[in-house]
Design a protein around this ligand. Structure first.
Ligand SMILES: Cc1cc2nc3c(=O)[nH]c(=O)nc-3n(C[C@H](O)[C@H](O)[C@H](O)COP(=O)(O)OP(=O)(O)OC[C@H]3O[C@@H](n4cnc5c(N)ncnc54)[C@H](O)[C@@H]3O)c2cc1C
Length: 818
């Protein structure tokens, strides 16, 4: 083993080896991989090798697509076969909601270029002659299916060996029987990795340790939210019917997934492999993998699998005649949302995670590709927000992770509704007024560990969501909340907002170097500011208020607390001229907005609230009721006259009661997150994370007025200049979708112009006050003009859509300035 390398990758599973391979592809060949025993000895050796392209996530979908394409190329490139059987993949549906899920996915697939077909029961039978289509009595009837012709299954060990061969050929070093025992930061800023074979010093470290992720994390002081769960599959003996079918010239059958019965089935040596996602599969190794666990498996639990086995025998009757050869039950790494952790570790420089992979064989190619890009270029090439390790915060501790991982595992095959809210490990984080909102009928959702009221069930209405891809039981109630906000006055509890205070002599210059807009120069001014990537994409969005000389208050998305905090922390100047303080849980936030907002607040404060004294886009530190030191910001995300009140958290309950007492005569009421979505889309307000991502620059996002090219340098400026010179390829538009009766756009729908793909929607909702179905989208610049007629595909149906004027509700902002 060398004693110095540019990058050390810890872990020789398929993910670690892929990362090593891709680093060499990027030209970094001074790279070393350390494996405690032998390559693939973790979860990789016993994986079933399925490569499903299907994934509801835009990011993960792209990673999987890259993998499948790469794996097809690898044998020719490396001379090592990978056992890729391109059998295709068939996902059955036995109910309309399942079909809706597939149709929703088709939008994502279309936008990333994954080939698929939605097929009828007869086509299922033609593709898969051994299937029983069901009679709707003993066996559920198949109503349709989603077919991916391009994926199939692979030999995970051979795949790893091909990647190894490619990496080695380019100069990478691979050390087996080399266990990492500890790490230490040396004076130079490099990492010293202590191993069973001696030390090695490196600039960057990648952790790709599968089931050992938490133990590896602990060496760095990280609480990594990746804990394995038991996962099993049955290997069957030969099936005579299958043999006969193949002997008759039948091609290898597509991998079959009966999602509604939660299992997959694929051919294996004229027999089958059947893998269920069962209820009750326990998390394992929450406190670390025991030293005694090597290349072992757990005992199989057939009982747990029985419901799935029985369903499979009805669907594929010839299974009944097959004996069981063996059961494989191994640890499969999971995270609380089921997505992997790919990207920088928080709080540490040059430490990277490629952990938490539950579809690691499928994801390894894409995960290695993008992580290598990130390490070498400083940024990934695609939007990786959905898999960024910093999407979880400190709340994702051991117990939370165990509960969520078990829940995520048993829900792998449940229908993933866009308005789905899972129940386990809740409530974790609550605003102080949680009980008050609960008594007002809150129907709760959860984001970043926080309970948030999605909508409020009026008296007599059941407090329950009926999840759907279409308009559902809460539609009318959300509409009423929207009308309350636009017609009278409403309150939204946005306590989860991420909040930072920045101060010090260097604060202004530092912030100006990070964001594209000019940070506010005078006390009391507010500016919407975007931190960009070096490529000019939108990394973060901050509402920055100047509270006083050299003192700024930064508000960003609630789910970005660790993501933004880590970035700000890492970018701090070394000279100590800037102090950064995370005050997220120190301050609560109520939005008070609507035409009567001023009247309500006037009852509670001596501060003058008229336009001359307190104009739009300004903030003041005021007293409201008994609450003092309240940062009152005249901005909001719904586009009405109103204030965001950011108050010391201890005033939450008193302030809430005071607002409702003062607001009673004006008809004040609570408003939830779903109404906020409708209201913000009526104003074309972009949401960080969906509408604003590193994939698009602020010019593409139509945020030109928040970019000051002449203010001096800032991160991303050079890229913006290049884009200005070359032309802006995409434009952000607001669309009215015509003819919608029950399925509004929700984001990730493809857009077509004259039949050709012309863009993608990033958000959508019914605009209750405008009475229009609306979408926000990026389209090719040629299709962005006002009035352009496009088509949008929603759940498989193409609908006409027209480009509207920006901010179709109150385009002049008269109501905001009222
Ligand atoms: C039964 C089963 C079936 C599966 N089927 C599929 C499938 O069909 N398709 C699919 O995509 N995925 C499947 N998976 C998941 C897949 O196996 C994993 O996602 C994948 O193997 C993860 O690869 P990895 O490289 O992240 O982890 P691993 O393969 O576990 O590799 C991690 C490596 O890190 C090493 N390591 C740990 N700590 C240290 C240390 N301190 N020093 C040095 N080395 C260390 C370990 O020894 C290990 O070799 C399945 C999993 C199971 C259990």
């Amino acid at each position: 083993m060398k004693n110095q390398a540019r990058v050390v990758v810890i872990g020789g599973g398929v993910v670690g080896v892929s990362t090593l391979y891709h680093l060499t592809k990027k030209g970094w060949t001074d790279v070393t991989l350390l494996e405690r025993t032998e390559l693939t000895a973790g979860s990789t050796w016993h994986a079933a090798g399925l490569l499903p392209l299907f994934n509801m996530s835009y990011t993960v979908g792209q990673l999987h697509k890259y993998s499948v394409d790469l794996y097809k190329r690898l044998p020719a490139e490396t001379g090592q076969e990978v056992g890729f059987h391109v059998t295709g993949n068939l996902r059955l549906a036995t109910c309309r909601d399942r079909m809706d899920e597939y149709l929703k996915y088709c939008g994502t697939a279309n936008t990333i270029g994954v080939p698929f077909r939605v097929i009828s029961p007869d086509e299922v039978k033609a593709l898969w002659p051994l299937v029983n289509l069901g009679d709707g009595v003993g066996t559920p009837k198949i109503v349709g299916a989603l077919y991916h012709p391009d994926d199939g299954h692979i030999a995970p060990v051979d795949l790893t060996m091909a990647l190894r061969k490619g990496a080695r050929a380019a100069g990478a070093e691979i050390c087996e029987q080399t266990e990492v025992l500890g790490v230490e930061r040396v004076r130079s800023g490099e990492w010293k990795i202590r191993t069973s074979q001696g030390d090695i010093v490196c600039e960057h470290v990648v952790c790709a340790t599968g089931n050992y992720a938490r133990a590896t994390g602990r060496m760095f002081g990280l609480d990594v939210p990746a804990i394995p769960v038991e996962h099993q599959y049955i290997v069957y003996d030969e099936a005579p019917e299958l043999k006969a079918y193949r002997a008759g010239g039948g091609r290898e059958l597509a991998v079959l997934r009966e999602s509604d019965a939660s299992y997959y089935l694929r051919e294996e040596r004229m027999g089958w492999i059947l893998g269920p996602y069962e209820k009750g599969a326990p998390a394992r190794f929450a406190d670390g993998v025991p030293a005694t666990f090597g290349k072992e498996l757990f005992a199989g639990d057939l009982e747990r699998m029985l419901p799935h086995v029985e369903a499979a025998m009805k669907r594929v009757p010839c299974l009944e005649h097959c004996g069981i050869k063996t059961i494989v039950n191994g640890p499969i790494s999971y995270t609380p949302d089921g997505g992997p952790l790919i990207g920088p570790a928080w709080g540490l420089r040059n430490v990277w995670l490629n952990e938490g992979h539950s579809f690691g064989v499928t994801a390894a190619g894409g995960a290695g590709w993008q992580l290598a890009e990130w390490i070498v270029e400083g940024e990934p090439g695609i939007d990786m927000l959905g898999v960024d390790p910093r999407r979880f915060g400190a709340y994702a501790g051991k117990r939370y992770t165990v509960a969520k991982n078990e829940e995520t595992y048993r829900n792998v095959f449940t229908i993933h509704y866009p308005d789905e809210e899972r129940h386990d490990a809740r409530p974790a984080k609550t605003s102080p007024v949680y009980d008050k909102l609960d008594r007002r009928g809150a129907v709760w959702g959860q984001r970043y560990g926080w309970e948030r009221a999605n909508w409020f069930a009026p008296a007599g209405v059941e407090r329950r969501d009926v999840w759907s891809f279409r308009r559902s039981n809460y539609f009318a109630h959300v509409g009423n909340e929207c009308r309350l906000m636009r017609g009278k006055v409403g309150v939204i509890d946005l306590t989860p907002f991420t909040k930072h205070e920045v101060s010090g002599l260097g604060a202004e210059a530092w912030l100006d170097s990070l964001v594209a807009n000019k940070v506010p120069a005078s006390t009391g001014r507010i500016a919407l500011c975007h931190a960009l990537t070096k490529k000019g994409g939108i990394r973060s969005e901050f509402t920055i208020t100047k509270l006083g000389p050299d003192h700024y208050y930064l508000v960003s998305a609630g789910a970005a607390e660790r993501y933004d905090g880590d970035y700000l922390q890492k970018m701090l100047p070394a000279d100590g001229s800037v102090a950064l303080r995370n005050v997220t849980t120190g301050r609560g936030t109520f939005v008070v907005a609507g035409p009567k907002a001023r009247d309500v607040l006037a009852r509670l404060t001596d501060t003058a609230l008229d336009n001359a004294s307190f104009p739009w886009l300004t903030g003041q530190v005021i007293a409201v009721g008994l609450a003092v030191d309240v940062y009152a910001l005249r901005v909001n995300f719904i586009g009405e006259l109103g204030w965001e009140l950011h108050f010391p958290i201890e005033y939450a309950n008193g302030l809430f009661d005071a607002l409702f007492a003062a607001g009673e005569e004006f008809g004040i009421g609570m408003v939830g997150m779903r109404a906020m979505e409708s209201l913000r889309i009526e104003k074309s307000y972009r949401m960080w994370g969906s509408d604003l991502t590193p994939d698009y620059t602020p010019f593409e996002a139509g945020l030109d007025r928040f970019v000051r090219m002449n203010k001096g340098d800032f991160i991303g400026r050079a890229a913006l200049e290049r884009q200005l010179a070359a032309g802006i390829p995409h434009r952000f538009v607001t669309l009215e979708v015509h003819g919608v009766t029950d399925a509004d756009p929700l984001g990730n729908e493809p857009l077509f112009a004259g039949g050709a793909l012309a863009g993608r929607a990033t958000a959508g909702y019914y605009g209750h006050v405008l009475g229009k179905s609306l979408a926000l989208a990026y389209v090719d610049a040629a299709h962005a003009a006002l009035g352009t007629a496009l088509e949008i595909e929603i759940l498989g149906e193409r609908r006409k859509a027209t480009v509207l004027r920006e901010s179709p509700y109150d385009p002049e902002n008269a109501r905001l300035r009222a």
